[in-house]
Design a protein around this ligand. Structure first.
Ligand code: DAH
Length: 498
């Protein structure tokens, strides 16, 4: 909805990052969109986040220090992490064995027994690892402060698990145990040659049932030495494609100048890598969905009888792979975007000192699939500590969520004039509301906008839907929150209330 309205105002252009889909990958698509603002400090939000942050140590005496999971960082004029977000860094949903996201993580780990499994790498990563090491252009929209939570200019909350690609490839080469010791399992291959990383990732975003500023991803990296490829080819089998697949695959993509192979690779190598990657991904998804359906049958709650899972492959572009694709699966009548993937840019491998190796990689969002598998209707529920939610799940089981009483929503509108001559970023408004209302803010929608013909002033009206998942809220409580939101909007965002 918000994006539709935004689109009205702008002409089509090539976007380097698109998050219009709830799969939320850094995929390039041609869309009309005007979100990118060159990264530049917005003082208002920075002041607000620093003055309210509870995680600041001794905020009065040391106003410029931030603590994140035991590490201390100096704040600067890039800092835009908020207390609400910092609180999430310690929740560790992936380490709660009965949590749906952790159950899905384990299912995926099991599909990759020969890979090293990482699920405890903290989210504070360098801007270099998150963007530069992967070849993100300097003006890539993903780098902007309106899209990313910065700890300071050089550190941020990882926006994707790809942030650990170079780090892990390199760590193995250098024998750096500090990272490798995070691996959960021993692995047949060296821990840095084939690995999975499951982790929480952070992106500033709008508020609705399928978007939350923290979500979870699974990264997969699989590398081969060139000699290994020859050996496998001679044995005429692909190492990761042993299981027969129930996937009906639709793949009309071709490697062409639009989605090119890299000059460093031979046609033969690319063909091998692509086949291995696509078979591995097809198998993984089909296995997981088949298990999910079987588990539901056993539990007597087979709410669908789907036994085949058509898969389709679509060309994509990522800064760190070429060629690149997105994979979609037809699940319960809907094409579900499962992951982005591709042949790893050779520069990443050579930066890690792996000049003799080539590889493929994928990045997979966990929430969207977990919502479908477990029938969870609202992404906020994953963060609920209400036993009526948490007690419904058990390690290794795929139970269908049974909703408990939904409490009545309480919508409130706020209308205002945009700052004249100043900047207004919608994500600043989203964070401000999250900071004050927490998860009581169920959705925020732009419901009206116009420009006054005489004064040229622009007005917007947003509807904030307040609703609790676990209790009744009173009108007094919501009115009080709404007043604080309105007051803070004036102070922090420089708008004028109407
Ligand atoms: N990191 C990407 C994102 O969050 C997803 C992705 C795409 C990961 C392609 C990969 C990959 O490893 O090869 O949008």
């Amino acid at each position: 909805m918000l994006s539709q309205i935004r689109q009205k105002a702008v002409s089509a252009r090539l976007l380097q990052r698109c998050m219009l889909n709830s799969g939320r990958t850094y995929v390039s698509r041609v869309v009309a969109h005007a979100r990118f603002q060159p990264a530049k400090p917005s003082l208002s939000i920075q002041r607000a986040s620093l003055s309210t942050t509870r995680t600041l140590r001794n905020a009065a005496s040391e106003p410029s220090k931030l603590q994140i999971l035991g590490s201390t960082y100096a704040a600067d004029n890039w800092t835009n992490v908020t207390p609400t977000i910092l609180d999430k860094t310690g929740r560790n949903l992936l380490h709660q064995p009965a949590h749906p996201l952790a159950i899905l993580k384990e299912l995926i780990f099991k599909e990759f027994p020969t890979f090293a499994h990482y699920d405890a790498i903290t989210p504070d990563v360098s801007t270099y690892n998150n963007f530069d090491s992967l070849g993100f252009a300097q003006d890539h929209i993903g780098r902007s402060r309106s899209d990313t939570y910065y700890i300071n200019e050089n550190m941020l909350l990882r926006t994707h698990t790809s942030a650990h690609q170079l780090q892990l490839l390199k760590a193995g080469k250098k024998g750096d145990r500090s990272l490798l010791d995070h691996a959960r399992n021993g692995s047949a291959a060296p821990m840095n040659e084939r690995f999975l990383v499951a982790a929480d990732v952070y992106r500033r975003d709008e508020i609705d049932a399928s978007h939350y500023p923290v979500f979870h991803q699974m990264e997969g990296v699989c590398t081969f030495s060139r000699a290994e490829i020859q050996k496998i080819k001679a044995a005429a089998s692909s190492p990761n494609s042993s299981t027969s697949s129930a996937a009906q695959v639709s793949d009309t993509t071709v490697i062409s100048s639009e989605n090119p192979k890299q000059p460093e690779h031979t046609d033969e190598e690319v063909a091998f890598l692509v086949e291995d990657m696509k078979q591995t991904m097809n198998n993984m998804v089909v296995q997981i969905l088949t298990k999910a359906v079987a588990a539901k049958r056993t539990a007597g709650n087979a709410d669908n009888t789907q036994t085949e899972f058509p898969v389709r492959w679509i060309d994509a572009t990522f800064p760190f792979t070429s060629p690149s694709w997105e994979m979609e699966v037809l699940f319960q009548g809907e094409w579900l975007e499962i992951c982005g993937c591709g042949i790893m840019k050779q520069k990443i491998l050579s930066d890690a000192g792996m000049t003799d190796r080539v590889g493929w990689a994928f990045g997979f969002g966990l929430e969207r699939l977990a919502m479908l598998l477990f029938g969870v209707p609202d992404i906020r529920l994953f963060w609920s500590t209400d036993p009526r939610f948490t007690d419904q799940f058990a390690p290794g089981q795929i139970n269908t969520f049974k909703s408990f009483s939904r409490h009545p929503p309480c919508p409130k509108d706020v209308s205002f004039w945009l700052p004249q001559g100043g900047e207004f970023h919608e994500n600043d408004l989203m964070d401000l509301i999250r900071d004050i209302a927490g998860d009581l803010a169920e959705g925020v929608k732009l419901v009206d906008e116009f420009t006054h013909p005489k004064t040229g002033k622009s007005s917007r009206c947003y509807r904030i839907n307040y609703c609790s998942m676990d209790r009744n809220v009173t009108h007094e409580e919501i009115n009080e929150i709404q007043e604080r939101v309105r007051g803070q909007m004036v102070q922090r965002l420089g708008i004028t209330l109407r």
